[in-house]
Write a protein that binds this ligand. Sequence first.
Ligand code: PAF
Length: 281
Amino acid sequence: MQIFVTRQELNNWRQQMRASQQQVGFVPTMGALHDGHLSLVHQACTANDFVVVSIFVNPKQFNQSTDLQSYPRMLEADLARLSNFRNIVIFAPDEEEMYPQDLPYKPMPLGQIGSILEGSRRPGHFEGVVHVVHHLFALVQPSKAYFGQKDYQQLAIIRQLNSYYGFGIEIIGCQTVRETDGLAMSSRNLRLSHQDKQKAISISQALHYVQNNAGKNTIDEVKNAAISIIEAAGLVLEYLEIVDPNTLESCSEWQATQVCCIAAFCGEVRLIDNMLCESVL
Ligand code: PAF
């Protein structure tokens, strides 16, 4: 498995791939890899000749320095988890390599989709995501790039970025991978104790509740019952919204398809999750 830490190394490799007409897929990550990441890598490896996995904890997307400091970093363990894949290369740059001073960058206006849900709670977060993904896409120039649907809003913004900058990459949204008890896999789960995890299951329970009851009662009744599930478990809810799957605007009436999005604190750890809800109207 080749590990590149500089843009130049990755560029050289990329040119060789182009010369030999190999199709390159891309899985961007911030490391602390779990089975959700591995499932993205697996899908990418199946559909491409080679796959670049980037590992970079992007400071620009953290709106709180404590969150950045406590984000798990475990490069050795990550490399070990990736060692079974045969057709991958790793790009693990440092901050200077990721953001060279002289690299031109024109920020993308995020618009309405960037200012709601996560956008309103984490100022600067999506601007930071777009900045790093722009640089990574420009460098890796993949045919296909893979992102988890757990970060539903991020995925929508990546699609917007792809067309805004004209990258022409096929963006593939991959299903959220869950523990057997329903908890969505996340690098942040490493910071949860066993007891915290028991409480955090209430997020997926609330999502299933909304999924099973969509269209049966008023949207407010269903939302309130789902909120009670989370609060009864002792989590501090930041939001529970039932939104349009394209605009991510909150809905006050049921539609055929909606997405329920949740952000909640389990102790110090902020967790997000979402689930598609289909109503028989
Ligand atoms: O989803 C993530 O892990 C990050 O936001 C990403 C896309 C790797 C950008 O840093």
